[in-house]
Design a protein around this ligand. Sequence first.
Ligand code: PGA
Length: 250
Amino acid sequence: MKIYVENDYASMSRRAADIIAAEIKNNPNCVLGFATGSTPTGTYARLGELCKSGEISFKNVTTVNLDEYKGLSPDHPQSYRCFMNKNLFDLTDILPENTHLPNGLAEDSDAECKRYDKLIKDLGNTDLQLLGIGHNGHIGFNEPNDRFIPGTNVIDLTESTIQANSRFFESAQGVPTQAFTMGIGCIMSAKSILMIAEGKGKAQALYDALCGPVAPSCPASILQLHPNVTVIGDKEAFSLIIEKEPKLCI
Ligand code: PGA
């Protein structure tokens, strides 16, 4: 596992974008797994700049996103489709048909989960999967559980996730209570994984993920078993690790 402790959000975002840009330069046809939330917006803005300056092109890139709220249409302003269009896709030359998210409006959830798993498999799995981490250690929307769920599934969001995400909605009541999420097996099938974390609020989750036991009570801890993981965070996010396991950060 490679670990980068950055001074601030801007340098974290720059390093993460540079790693993704290098992936695109090395393999212009790559399949990238993307995440939503506050953490990756700086990374996406930088990728948009690199695309605008002609340093990289998304023309042959395919993307699959981790998750989508169940019940939100693609044009709902809080849907993850809308988020991705606004924060990344519209800033690049990516072909819309090469961008994939679960369909939040799918009537048959089981069929939608199977469709999404097949899509990822048919693409040959992701070359690089970008991840944030939830305050409770979730990745995608794989919430703490008593087992790791391998495939795409519909998850009941925990109260803490609903509260955390209510900042994007008018109130917590407006946050959907369920979401489609790529499963842990899909995430782990990525050839490389890039996790980013910002702020003190993520310090415990990051510590549990990297230093705790591998257990579904902290879904991100599974990353300890992946052969090619890079974690980039600011000093606050790494504060507990710096305090308790400083050797990990060298
Ligand atoms: P955040 O979410 O980037 O908005 O903190 C991360 C996550 O929940 O995975």
